[in-house]
Design a protein around this ligand. Structure first.
Ligand SMILES: Nc1nc2c(ncn2[C@@H]2O[C@H](COP(=O)(O)OP(=O)(O)OP(=O)(O)O)[C@@H](O)[C@H]2O)c(=O)[nH]1
Ligand SMILES: [Mg+2]
Length: 426
């Protein structure tokens, strides 16, 4: 019997984990569904999860939730955060608690029949989510090789919403590690998630909890394929990655509805597909229209609909480099939500797309990095914490190579590609 281990790292990663496990708790009344992400001991079920942060504020918030049977050892914290510095998370203070984390992971691996994947959540703008996650990925590759996949749901810096001047340094250094050590990366950014929530529901106030709920819905539908429908969910992501380095995926999710507007937001099949295939619905910034290399849909509902999407014109006419139409996966489960003001809808959908136009984002991230690096601004922060200056250039070059890999996947018509209209959001 296969299981997965969830690793929640840094402030954002931990808070996403908090929301996700609240959701799992609501969804999994049946013990068969628990096998995949809980560890059973004398009829008690413990989440196979690690919450790790270099300071303890966020982790303490998670610990307050006594309804979930977390093991006390599944929380590992340091004394101070990494002050937005990748290298503090990677080389200095992060390193001190790495062995403790690996020890915990090893014990979890030994306690179940077989682990098929690590699911990682973190944000790359800060120092812990970028630096410590990278170090952990590296060490997991050494200990478990390619036998256990590493799939990550990562919050990348938003282009117009930055609260940290060195976020480009952190994201570039961390991306270098994800190229080599992740099997698949689902990319998200806060600005796009705010936009998606705003366009679908008129809430007076949207905060991180709503964003974390959105990420949790994605992860929960992904693992739900295994938990409820006995489908090898890893296949979903690996099918989206035709070449080893081309493993970055943009998600769209919908619909979302407030509890007061539930009836208006229940969509039929055609409307649901039309919603999730709209470029403006993507949860990751990308200004130009998508050029799908591979794409898949996860349809989550209580009832099986084996014909879902098969005769839908939008899907039939979608241009996808390596497929005719997107693969459709069915997650047979009710849609739950852990936020009381959000409605539980009859059906929801996710579109996951490996998009050649991601080269545009990698390019912009690189340029932002160059702008700070050319003035040598803040570089001493990173070098002072153990980063060799050669490493910074190596990571930058690797990002440029990744961008080129993606650009090579485009049709070459990218420069004349139409910029999608902001007003496209219905
Ligand atoms: N979606 C989401 N984003 C968050 C949350 N908390 C912080 N962020 C964003 O994530 C980025 C990184 O912040 P953190 O995750 O707190 O940073 P960290 O990984 O703990 O790193 P250090 O605090 O520097 O050690 C910031 O740019 C925030 O905007 C959260 O709960 N959800
Ligand atoms: Mg932090």
């Amino acid at each position: 019997m296969c299981s997965s281990i969830h690793l929640h790292i840094g402030g954002a990663g931990v808070m996403i984990g908090d929301e996700l496990w609240k959701l799992y708790q609501k969804e999994q009344t049946d013990k068969n569904a628990k096998i995949y992400n809980y560890n059973e001991n004398d009829s008690n079920y413990f989440p196979l999860a690690l919450f790790m942060d270099l300071d303890d504020r966020m982790v303490n918030e998670v610990k307050k939730n006594k309804q979930i049977n977390y093991k006390s050892t599944s929380f590992i914290t340091g004394k101070e955060d990494s002050a937005n510095n990748y290298c503090r998370g990677h080389y200095t203070i992060g390193k001190e608690i790495m062995d403790k984390c690996l020890d915990y992971v090893r014990k979890q691996v030994e306690s179940v029949d077989k682990i098929d994947q690590f699911i990682i959540t973190s944000a790359l703008s800060g120092g812990t989510g970028s630096g410590f996650s990278s170090l952990l990925l590296e060490r997991l590759s050494v200990d478990y090789g390619v036998k256990v996949e590493k799939n990550a749901f990562l919050i990348y810096p938003s282009q117009e919403m930055s609260n940290n001047t060195v976020d480009a340094f952190n994201a570039v250094l961390a991306t270098h590690m994800t190229i080599e050590h992740c099997d698949c990366v689902v990319m998200l950014d806060n600005q796009s998630m705010y936009k998606s929530i705003d366009s679908q529901i008129g809430l007076d106030y949207v905060d991180y909890t709503h964003l974390n709920n959105l990420v949790s819905q994605l992860i929960s539908s992904y693992t739900g394929l295994r938990r409820f429908s006995k489908i090898d969910n890893k296949k979903l992501l690996s099918e989206l990655c035709p070449y080893p380095r081309i493993h970055y995926v943009i998600p769209s999710y919908g619909p979302l509805a407030s509890i007061n507007d539930q009836i208006n937001q229940e969509l039929n099949e055609k409307q649901l597909i039309s919603l999730i295939t709209k470029p403006a619905q993507r949860l990751f910034q990308s200004e130009i229209n998508p050029e799908h290399i591979c794409a898949s849909i996860v349809h989550r509902s209580k009832h099986n609909n084996q014909f879902f999407g098969q005769s839908d014109l939008t899907l039939q006419t979608m241009r996808i480099k390596h497929q005719n139409i997107p693969n459709v996966y069915q997650c047979l489960s009710q849609n739950y939500t852990s936020i009381s003001e959000l409605a539980q809808l009859k059906q929801t959908g996710i579109l996951l797309s490996n998009d050649a136009n991601l080269f545009n984002y990698f390019d912009k991230l690189g340029k932002k990095y160059d702008k700070i690096y050319s003035k040598r601004a803040f570089v001493h922060w990173f070098v002072g914490e153990g980063c060799e200056s050669g490493e910074m250039s190596e990571c930058r070059e690797d990002l440029a190579a990744l961008s080129k890999d993606y650009e090579d996947m485009t049709d070459g018509a990218i420069h004349s590609c139409e910029v999608f209209d902001e007003d496209d959001i219905e």
